[in-house]
Ligand binder design. Structure first.
Ligand SMILES: [Ca+2]
Length: 250
């Protein structure tokens, strides 16, 4: 039997939320403070800072000025309105093991900060974002993610500044890691294992010629870091079978 692979990512670390931290990450490889390039006040910001590693979904707005009361916001920054953008995401060009960002709100608001990878939630926490909070960094450490989503419930407006990017990671490709033949007197089956990622959905295909593929299942839920599927349609006539696993989440 032969194994082929498609791309997926592995996430096997425990998240460490950064919630109202005074200075954010202890170590970071880069920070985006929005003085890297100057754009017109109140402009819509989407991918203008992508060369620095971040994109804003659906968008934020560029603001050229700060205020003496905003402890961790200085110089150019981003704002959630006008009109209000809620929720919004900071998407990274690469997956990172840590990232943090300054968020302030006036008036204060409850908020949910969510780390995502490939559009799937990885970790989330509830917090309060407030201009009166002296510690204004939010984010995650010790987790693999490529997006921070911020949603809030108050009638308020947020300012965003100083995106700190930690170490980036090359993501592991999806591959079939093991195949076990189960043979007894009247049962013949094959169990296929692959290195999955939490929250994903997979399809499994089979072929006897590597050309024509038959879908065995299009809804195999991830079991975490490793997922398996049992093909019990194996007969003595099968000389060889090829299996393919595809990440079909979304
Ligand atoms: Ca700034």
């Amino acid at each position: 039997m032969l194994f082929i692979f498609l791309y997926v990512f592995i996430n096997n670390l425990l998240a460490n939320p950064i919630d109202r931290s005074a200075s954010g990450l202890e170590e970071f490889t880069s920070v985006v403070d929005f003085s890297e390039m100057r754009i017109v006040d109140s402009s819509i910001v989407t991918d203008q800072f992508s060369q620095y590693g971040v994109t804003f979904i659906p968008n934020l707005f560029y603001r050229t000025t700060d205020h003496p009361d905003w402890a961790s916001v200085s110089g150019p920054n981003l704002r959630t309105g006008d009109p209000e953008v809620n929720p919004f995401s900071i998407r990274f060009n690469e997956a990172h093991l840590s990232a943090a960002v300054v968020l302030i709100a006036q008036p204060a608001t409850p908020a949910t900060i969510t780390a995502k990878l490939g559009g799937v939630d990885v970790e989330s926490f509830e917090t309060i974002i407030s201009i009166d909070n002296p510690n204004q960094y939010f984010g995650f450490e010790d987790i693999l993610f490529d997006e921070i989503e911020v949603s809030y419930s108050g009638a308020t407006r947020l300012r965003v500044d100083n995106v700190q990017l930690g170490e980036s990671v090359m993501l592991s490709p999806l591959r079939i890691t093991n195949i076990i033949n189960v043979t007894s007197e009247d049962i013949k089956s094959v169990e296929i294992f692959w290195n999955s990622r939490p929250g994903r959905i997979y399809a499994v295909y089979v072929s006897d010629d590597f050309s024509e593929w038959t879908e065995l299942d299009d809804n195999v839920a991830s079991e975490g870091e490793e997922t398996s599927f049992i093909d019990d349609a194996v007969s003595d006539k099968d000389k060889k079978k090829f299996y393919m696993v595809e990440d079909i989440t979304n």
